[in-house]
Design a protein around this ligand. Structure first.
Ligand code: URA
Length: 422
């Protein structure tokens, strides 16, 4: 095939054959199709999409560039969760041990954060001694013995996606539903999970800002998963306000441990239990996740999971060298709290990174004392800014300047789960 012909076809709104797609993905992975050519193709797909035949072929071709994991030797069914990324989204931390405590193996291959949404591995790395890198044998052993593992995805899964995602990131072609769906699902299908629950965020702090686009992404991914034999369900969930009362690394671990101890913010508990129920149902296990939480079994599993990866669940979490308080600018009821502003503030304090190779600060982040519907008094502490590098504080304050709207009217937090797509 001539790659320029394929680009012209897609540019002009045509469809690619299965053979053309497989050839293109292989040639790009091997380096015989150049970045500039794939960038043009990604832009053509951005404008014209991939149809119902092209998209599964594209996804399968990406899977076939790498290895597939196999969990069939495990004595329990497997279920995984993927979130499209939100602010304060620490849900994986309490969720994996809750679901594992109910008898399902949870292989949670996770990533590090880029931009304003945090990465699960960055959060867990705040725990002294904890390691994200496990080989496949260690991962399988931990799944059998503990039931849950949260670790770094090896580079062997869908290498085509790794290359293509990095290219999309620098060519303005991330925000295309077929490209996002095939990117996420190629990795999840290659991982070999039997069941998958997708948490597709929508709103100001999410990557998809509108409910319609989020639901379309969710439907597209559910179709890809189902066609590949993975029981796939999606929840579209609200990301206008940040989740819980913390965004950052150590602060989100602390909040997750509160949830596992039976406390924690209501929205975090609600979303965790909703996703847990979906994972159990998708894996075909009849168990009550709330009971696993209330009995302390989920906390026991958390502790075993952290220890199995070298971490000390009893070690004090790192504390920041500097803490600054931002007070409420007025008295009244919080009408809204802007997830994106909070995410940017946490990022600027050092919780996230601007480039892939940047380090993050374990102790950096933002906590807040009140959420939508709560009454505050002018001058009361509202946010705490945590950082090791105080020169970052002014920029974090700027990010938060208009983050909270306080008014006289009563207000209520909106629903967390907006829609279920199966
Ligand atoms: N996450 C991914 O893994 N891929 C995308 O394209 C977007 C988000």
């Amino acid at each position: 095939f001539d790659v320029v012909d394929l680009i012209r076809t897609k540019r002009d709104g045509g469809v690619l054959s299965d053979d053309e797609i497989r050839w293109l993905i292989d040639a790009y992975t091997a380096g015989t199709v150049g970045d500039e050519q794939m960038a043009a193709m990604a832009m053509a797909i951005f404008f014209h999409g991939l149809d119902a035949r092209e998209l599964p072929t594209w996804t399968t071709a990406m899977i076939e560039t790498g290895e597939r994991m196999d969990f069939s030797s495990l004595s329990r069914p497997t279920a995984d969760k993927h979130s499209t990324g939100g602010v304060g989204d620490k849900i994986t931390l309490p969720l994996a041990p809750i679901v594992a405590a109910c008898g399902v193996a949870v292989p949670q291959l996770s990533g590090r954060g880029l931009g304003h949404t945090g990465g699960t591995l960055d959060k867990l790395e705040a725990i002294p001694g904890w390691r994200a890198d496990l080989d496949n044998a260690a991962m399988l052993r931990q799944l059998e013995e503990v039931g849950a593992v949260i670790c770094a995805a090896g580079s062997g899964l869908a290498p085509a996606d790794k290359k293509l995602y990095a290219l999309r990131d620098v060519t303005g072609t991330v925000e295309a539903i077929p490209l996002i769906a095939s990117s996420i699902m190629s990795k999840k299908i290659a991982e070999g999970t039997g069941a998958l629950v997708l948490d597709v965020k929508t709103g100001a702090g999410a990557f998809m800002k509108t409910r319609e686009r989020s639901a379309e992404l969710a439907r597209t991914m559910v179709e890809l998963g189902t066609a590949a034999g993975v029981t796939t369900v999606a929840l579209v969930t609200a990301m206008d306000a940040p989740l819980g009362r913390s965004a950052g690394n150590a602060v989100e671990v602390a909040e997750s441990v509160e949830v596992l101890a039976g406390g924690g913010p209501a929205d975090v508990v609600e979303l965790t239990l909703a996703l847990a129920a979906e994972m159990l149902a998708a894996a075909g296990v009849d168990a009550d996740p709330a009971a696993a939480l209330a009995s302390g079994r989920a906390m026991d599993t958390w502790r075993a999971m952290i220890r199995a990866q070298g971490g000390d669940p009893d070690a004090p979490l790192p504390t920041p060298k500097h803490v600054e308080v931002v007070t409420a600018p007025a008295s009244g009821v919080i009408q809204s709290l802007d997830a994106l502003a909070v995410g940017v503030a946490a990022w600027r304090l050092g919780a996230g990174r601007a480039r892939k190779e940047d380090p993050v600060q374990d102790a950096a982040g933002v906590t807040w004392t009140a959420g939508v519907g709560d009454t505050v008094t002018q001058g009361q502490p509202l946010f705490e800014l945590h950082t090791d590098t105080p020169e970052r504080i002014d920029r974090a304050r700027e990010a938060l300047a208009d983050a909270v709207v306080i008014g006289a009217d009563a207000a209520e937090p909106g629903p967390v789960v907006l829609e279920r797509i199966a």
